[in-house]
Write a protein that binds this ligand. Structure first.
Ligand code: NAP
Length: 284
């Protein structure tokens, strides 16, 4: 059986391939990357490296040839993802891929999350493609808060416009292990998994975890979305990106990332990584 992973030079994809190497022979694995130089370490393990970009259908046709299962790791090029993902789905269909797995977003088809529309469109296209598929609706990576944590170490405050919202985050390693379990496992066809941490935390808990890990006081300072935009633009970020981050905080305040389904712990056969443990790693 040949299993392909796109985005294999990215942070999540790289860990997925490492997880797969623990479960099956390297000769079963194909890492699909844009730049083979970034996959030199994977090549040295015996994994086959194929080069393709989501924008170039011909490169995808060649890269997906002979694959039985494929993980499409959603592109990080927000705004261009629907045509890119559509290309990968079309190429997988043409190549006769038997099981297509896609990393999506929490409740993608109904969520108000600013990032949901491209995932919704991809899920719908995939569902209409006739391919056998599994959707991995990944909640937030705890690593998304690395900067927040490091800033809080300097200032003693976690500043966010997330109100009393909760985030059911897990680590990239947790999600990668879940993806690998689906790629080598059976019985996941047609399933939509809401993947995330076992326990959703709020920003007071994040601040408390930082205080405990660093041994210095830290508290949550809840602000308005406009304050987040103002602080980020003062720090040099463009207004569009700052507005995006503020909108995500607003989504969190409204509960868009708070669901805990237990699906990820079930897939990986262990509890997800607790917040405090992740904060410890991110603090270094
Ligand atoms: N759940 C969350 O909290 C969260 C947070 C951030 C992102 N995401 C989503 O999850 C995905 C994986 O996360 P990550 O941390 O692994 O992101 P990442 O490190 O930025 O990796 C993204 C991967 O996508 C590849 N890629 C981007 N555009 C491509 C294109 N046009 N053709 C082929 N490959 C392309 C990149 O290739 P290169 O290595 O060549 O750059 C990279 O390998 C992201 O792409 C994004 O969709 C989720």
């Amino acid at each position: 059986m040949k299993i392909g992973v796109t985005g294999a030079s990215g942070q999540l994809g790289h860990i997925v391939v490492q997880q797969l190497l623990a479960k099956c022979p390297a000769t079963d694995l194909v890492a699909i990357v844009r730049d083979s130089a970034k996959a030199a370490d994977l090549a040295s393990t015996g994994v086959e490296i194929r080069v393709a970009t989501y924008d170039d259908r011909a490169s995808l046709d060649a890269a997906l040839a002979g694959l039985d299962r494929l993980l499409l790791i959603s592109s990080n090029e927000v705004g261009r993802r629907v045509p890119q993902h559509t290309n990968v789905i079309d190429a997988a269909k043409a190549a006769g891929v038997k099981h297509f797995v896609y990393t999506s977003a929490p409740k993608a088809t109904t969520s108000a999350l600013v990032l949901a529309p491209e995932h919704k469109a991809t899920e719908e296209y995939l569902a209409s493609s006739g391919l056998t598929y599994t959707i991995l609706r990944n909640n937030w990576y705890t690593e998304n808060y690395a900067q927040t944590i490091n800033k809080a170490r300097e200032t003693g405050a976690v500043v966010a416009a997330a109100g009393a919202g909760r985030v059911a985050s897990a680590t990239r390693a947790d999600y990668a292990e879940g993806a690998a379990a689906v790629l080598v496992g059976e019985g996941h066809e047609g399933k939509v998994y809401e993947l995330g941490g076992d326990r959703a935390w709020d920003f007071h808990e994040l601040a408390a975890a930082i205080a405990e890990v660093t041994g210095t006081p830290c508290s949550y300072q809840a602000v308005k979305q406009a304050d987040v935009v103002a602080a980020m633009t003062r720090a040099g970020m463009d207004e569009g990106t700052a507005g995006f981050f503020a909108a995500v905080d607003g989504n969190i305040a409204e509960g868009a990332l708070s669901e805990t389904s237990g699906d990820l712990a079930k897939l990986i056969g262990r509890p997800t990584t607790p917040l405090k443990e992740s904060v410890k790693k991110l603090v270094g």
